[in-house]
Structure formats: C-alpha cells, structure tokens
Design a protein around this ligand. Structure first.
Ligand SMILES: [Zn+2]
Length: 342
C-alpha cells in the first residue's frame, strides 16, 4: 500500500477504518521541494468498548541521529494489524525527516532541534511548521503520547523511559504506570529546567500521558533498545484494551521491575570544568558514593601533567554520562539521580 502524499492536513482521514500510510509534504524553506514526513494512521476494526480508548501517538526520529525509535515505529507501522485492534494509533517514525535523512540531531534545513520547536508556528521554518502540525492535528486525537529517543552523540543513559515531575497526582500515577510498560531497567524522572520546547513538555501541559525515553546511544541501533521500544508500545496498547492479550515482561531474565530514579534539580547535572579528553571509569546505571571517582579529564598538551579527577558530588545512581571522549568546558559531564520518592 503506497503512501498518500498530503499537501493539506485536512485531507488526512484520521477516522478511516484500517491502516493508511501518508507522507505529509512540508515545503522546504529555501528551495523548491518538500520534506515528506511519514505518517501512518490505524483505526482498529475489532469489537470494542470505544468509550474508554485513549488514542495513542508514537514518534521516532524527533532527532535524526537516534535510530531505535525510527526502527521500532517503522516496524510498528508494518506489523500492527487493525483487525486485531480497536481504537486509533498514530505513528510518525521520522518526525524530523530532514534531520533523519541527514543523520543529524537537528534539521539541516533550518538548523532547528525538533525537540525544542514546540508548540511550533504555522508561519515558521520547516521544523516549527512540523511541530505545529503535531500540536494541532495529532495531539487533539491522542491522550497518550510516546516520543522515543536515544543518547545520540550527547550522552549515555542506561536504557530508560522518562518523564518530568508532574504536579497532578492522577497524571503522575498514570504516566508512571505507562512508563513501566516498557520494562526498561530504569525510569528517569528528569528536570524540566534543562530545556524548553520539548514535544513531551507540550503534551504534558495539555494534560496528556507523555512518555519519553533513551533506548540507546552513540548513533547505533541498540537491539535491546529497539526491543523495549517496540514491545513497550504493544504493552501500552494492551494496557488500554486496544490490542488483545495481557501486558508481558519484555526482559523476563531480569527479575526487578524498572527502578525509578529522579534528578529534578539542575544542581545534579554537572558541567565539565574545563576542556579535555574524558575517561569515564564507571558505567551508566551504576550506584556511586559521594566522592567516588567517576572519571578523569586528560590534558594532552602536557602528557606529564596529572589528569583532573572527577568525583561524585553526591551518593546516587549515574543516570547519564557524556558519551564522547572529546569534552568541552560546560557540557553536561554526568547526572546523578536518586531513588524516587514522592
Ligand atoms: Zn533525542
């Protein structure tokens, strides 16, 4: 079934039973042509009690150099069978399609990071027009929003789903429950202060159940990450009764359920004190004690000079760490979280 090219969002039939593939055409900013953003809409045709179904939207490729989400969502576009489902699922495997084609974090068209472009602008550059499409066309049709990320070249995380601290207890409980369905070793409750304009910020502010996550790093395609993302989405659909069957463990060989770790304060996102070559000596996901050696910053301008030891500022879990050896002053070197308690 070939994808239908869409020039006017009003031509997308979000209610059509079954599965329809689209490419939504957004004109480029400075040349004749389009970013053809892939979109699949599935309306299940199985018997249902339609009233309780939430509508689920799933995004990959919000950053173009993060591949687990692109792969998992593309496979879900092919594999989800509307005959076995009820309710509506909207899938966008390469949201920043130009960034994905360029294998870059940001779109080369306008230099914009899609995950800082929300709520978007209908008269803005390409990334702002795409985020405005999500805000005005997708969000009104979904109560559960999942945006699948990875560390890219920025950082290494243990496999985790993530969300921000939420003031509304009901929204918090349901969000945490959905985050657990991905069965990752960690759930990371992270600071909203580090950045703004995130897809998940916007969805949260609308009261939706918004889940992010880091399913790999280093611009690879982590097989465990793809598995957690793909099966996690199936679990979400099962939880809401949109897909038959019960929620399954994704990695049954690991006994423990996901460990919820929080780092809501920027004081726990530690910047590099100077340029250097970063040699980590602990692994992401490792428990550390205050004062424990996390790594060394080397200065090769004088190979006889001692390295600068980087020690944990507090006891907790290393929930993120700089990936690249090349380290610039001010970049986030590591993040220490602590076990979540409300
Ligand atoms: Zn990302």
């Amino acid at each position: 079934m070939a994808a239908i090219v869409i020039h006017n969002p009003a031509d997308i039939d979000f209610d059509k039973p079954g599965k329809t593939h689209y490419q939504v055409a957004f004109h480029l900013d400075s040349s004749w042509g389009y970013s053809l953003v892939p979109l699949t809409v599935i309306n299940g045709t199985a018997e249902q009690n339609a009233a309780s179904l939430p509508g689920v939207a799933i995004f990959g490729g919000t950053h173009g150099n993060e591949y687990e989400g692109q792969i998992a969502v593309k496979r879900l576009c092919a594999d989800l069978d509307p005959g076995e489902m009820c309710g509506r699922v909207i899938l966008m495997p390469q949201l920043s399609e130009t960034a994905c084609r360029a294998h870059q974090r940001r779109s080369p068209e306008d230099g914009v990071n899609m995950n800082r472009a929300f709520p978007g602008n209908p008269g803005g550059t390409l990334s702002y027009r795409i985020s405005n499409f999500v805000k005005t066309q997708i969000f009104p049709r979904a109560r559960v929003v999942i945006d699948i990320h990875a560390g890219g070249k920025e950082a290494v995380f243990p496999l985790c789903t993530s969300f921000h601290p939420l003031a509304d207890p009901a929204q918090h409980e349901e969000t945490a429950a959905v985050a657990r369905l991905f069965d990752t070793p960690f759930i990371f409750v992270y600071s909203r202060q580090m950045a703004s304009g995130l897809l998940s910020d916007e969805a949260e502010d609308e009261g939706k159940i918004a889940i992010g996550g880091e399913f790999g790093h280093a611009e690879g395609a982590n097989p465990r990450g793809v598995r957690h993302a793909y099966e996690g989405v199936n679990n979400v659909l099962r939880r809401y009764g949109m897909l038959t069957g019960t929620v399954v463990r994704i990695r049954p060989e690991r006994d423990a359920p996901p460990r919820i770790v929080q780092a809501p304060n920027l004081a726990d996102y530690i910047p590099a004190p100077r340029n250097g070559i970063w040699e980590p000596v602990v692994e992401p996901g490792q428990d550390v004690k205050q004062g424990e050696l996390l790594g060394r910053l080397h200065d090769f301008s004088d190979h006889s000079a001692p390295a600068l030891d980087i020690r944990a500022h507090k006891t907790g879990v290393v929930i993120a760490m700089l990936f690249a050896a090349q380290c610039e002053k001010g970049v986030t070197l590591y993040v220490i979280g602590e076990d979540y308690s409300r």
